[in-house]
Design a protein. Structure first.
Length: 305
């Protein structure tokens, strides 16, 4: 009887105690932002990604479940309306609190085709429609992500998390080490040209000192005419292009036709979705190291180890 009374009393006390507060839930629009949040915030926050790995970031249709995820989140972190116009309406309608990367001061921004390498034949269907558009791949410039990390303590839902100075100092130190290592890794290959279906790599090229690619089209959905194909093939021969960086959304068969013999084709996702599928808790600095390794292997050429 005493044991039973003791158990009942224990249960009553446990029911009377306040439930432990659930950690804040943050929804990031794309996986690289989730990687940053996991790296800086650790287990103190639950992080999820709005865009699923199966969704094409260039043509997104969101589901009711994704709208509900935004409504349920304590904070939504996204790139901003210029970079993610398809997300803007969703954030406006459903998010209780939101932070956009492009709203932060000192963010490095690039136009869609600024400084791009063009061959003689211009892509008349899309060439003149990209120079005034923001290149959305802002996360590939590490300083931008540092600015985002530094803005996190100002968010109400995160204000009570402990040790902010130490968290930010540790992240900045690791980020600086990672950038230094990858720059050194890619420095011997800085003059090597490579092919990409379109160009998501401008921020990465600026940050790590490599070339901008030769491209098939500004529109990743577009193929290439026979004339365009022949021109790119000639340019690759003249410029000794031996590396093709293939995005998941690119036309793989077309890239394979252009990358023959002594050419290396490497699958490279600027959003790091393949890395996230292998390492669900992957961090942003791991993404930079991963991409640095892919570029180093591709630019070194087929004969390299």
């Amino acid at each position: 009887m005493r044991v039973l009374l003791s158990l009942l009393l224990t249960c009553q006390l446990m029911l009377a105690l306040p439930a432990a507060a659930a950690p804040p839930h943050i929804v990031a629009s794309v996986e690289p932002l989730s990687m940053l949040l996991r790296e800086v915030l650790g287990d103190d926050v639950r992080v999820s990604t709005l865009l699923s790995p199966q969704q094409n970031p260039h043509q997104v249709s969101f589901t009711p479940g994704q709208a509900r995820a935004l409504r349920d989140a304590d904070l939504v972190i996204w790139l901003g309306p210029e970079a993610e116009p398809q997300v803007a309406q969703m954030v406006q309608r459903h998010a209780r609190a939101a932070l956009a990367l492009t709203d932060l001061p000192m963010i490095y921004r690039r136009d869609g085709d600024e400084g791009h390498l063009h061959t003689d034949e211009h892509e008349d269907d899309d060439h003149h429609h990209h120079h005034d558009l923001l290149d959305p791949h802002l996360w590939l410039y590490p300083e931008n992500m540092l600015r985002l990390a530094q803005a996190l303590p100002d968010q109400a839902v995160l204000a009570d998390l402990p040790d902010w100075p130490a968290r930010l100092a540790a992240f900045e130190a690791h980020l600086n080490d990672t950038v230094t290592q990858q720059r050194a890794r890619l420095a011997p290959l800085a003059d090597r040209l490579y092919l990409s279906h379109h160009d998501p790599w401008a921020y990465f090229a600026d940050a790590f000192g490599i070339q901008r690619p030769l491209i098939i089209s500004h529109n990743i959905e577009a193929s290439a005419s026979s004339r365009r194909f022949a021109e790119i093939h000639r340019t690759m021969a003249v410029r000794e292009v031996r590396c093709v960086m293939a995005e998941p959304e690119g036309r793989r068969a077309l890239l394979e036709r252009l990358c023959r013999d002594d050419c290396r084709l490497v699958e490279a996702d600027p959003m790091g979705r393949n890395l996230a599928s292998e390492e669900p808790a992957a961090h942003y600095t791991a993404l930079l190291t991963h991409l640095g390794g892919l570029f180093a292997g591709c630019l070194a050429g087929p004969g390299a180890n």
